[in-house]
Design a protein around this ligand. Structure first.
Ligand code: MLT
Length: 264
């Protein structure tokens, strides 16, 4: 079922009486990156996905986004759907939103799942890369940037064995509103560092990382794992940065096992 909340496209699957999980996608993708995982979880969990403002079906408006406005959007969805202590699950940019959400409104969640992400803010080199990406989109259009960026996200196995799906993903993201994509780049560029809050996260937390993740590699995610009190770490073999698309079965199994332990 689809709903519009705060102008955002929100998608609901499963029985709303079950424990809810709210999924926050990465950049430059949309809610469908979680679909194969949601298909495996929605029998036992109420799964909420949405398109982050400016991406997928959620309109870009003026493109003036910040990490704070992304957290405001997430909170608005939780309030509108009356989700009772949902599990928060974010990947990469969705992880940045999740880390800041756990800093701002920690009491709203019962568990967290953080996939292929980092708690640090962009360093100078990272900020300059974002600025160069915006300049490139302004001069060349969105498609060349999307192709290069998405190519770095996926592991070699997936790119070799799933050429059609890979091309479809690139095509879909290339059709997004460039205003929204650039707004996301600026929001990521200007986000705060949430590393100091990791030690304060006091809910069961699952850290998932693709073995071949070139953007947020396992050694980085292990540092996050060591800083969170009730954390568990799962590495997904033969996967890059986009674990829920590349290895949905492995990711769904890791989430199922984790939630069974967390809520037994
Ligand atoms: C993502 O997958 O969301 C991006 O890699 C995040 C980023 O560009 O930092």
């Amino acid at each position: 079922m689809k709903e519009t909340i705060n102008g955002l496209s929100v998608f609901l699957e499963g029985n709303s009486n079950n424990k809810s999980i709210i999924f926050v996608h990465g950049f430059p993708y949309d809610h469908t990156m979680w679909q194969a995982v949601v298909d495996e979880l929605s029998e036992n969990y109420f799964c909420v996905t949405y398109d982050i403002r400016g991406l997928g079906e959620s309109p870009a408006g003026n493109g003036q986004f910040t990490m704070e406005s992304f957290v405001d959007d997430l909170e608005a969805i939780i309030i509108k759907l009356k989700l009772d202590k949902p599990v928060l699950c974010g990947l990469s940019m969705g992880g940045y939103i999740s880390f800041r959400t756990l800093e701002r409104i920690p009491d709203k969640f019962s568990a967290a799942i953080l996939c292929d992400t980092r708690s640090e803010a962009d360093n100078n080199e990272g900020k300059l890369k974002r600025a160069a990406a915006i300049k490139r989109i302004n001069t060349e259009g969105l498609a060349p940037f999307v192709r290069d960026f998405v190519t770095t996200c996926f592991g070699n196995d997936f790119k070799k064995n799933n050429k059609d799906i890979f091309e479809m993903i690139i095509e879909k993201s290339s059709d997004f509103d460039p205003v929204g994509v650039k707004g996301c780049l600026l929001a990521m560029l200007s986000r705060t560092d949430t590393t100091a809050n990791l030690g304060k996260i006091n809910i069961p937390t699952l850290i998932i990382c693709g073995e071949q993740d070139a953007l947020t590699p396992p050694h980085l995610m292990k540092e996050i794992f060591h800083k969170i009190k009730k954390a568990e770490f799962v590495e997904i073999p033969n996967a890059g940065h986009m674990t829920p698309i590349e290895k949905p079965g492995d990711v769904a199994s890791a989430i199922k096992n984790f939630l069974l332990k967390a809520f037994k």
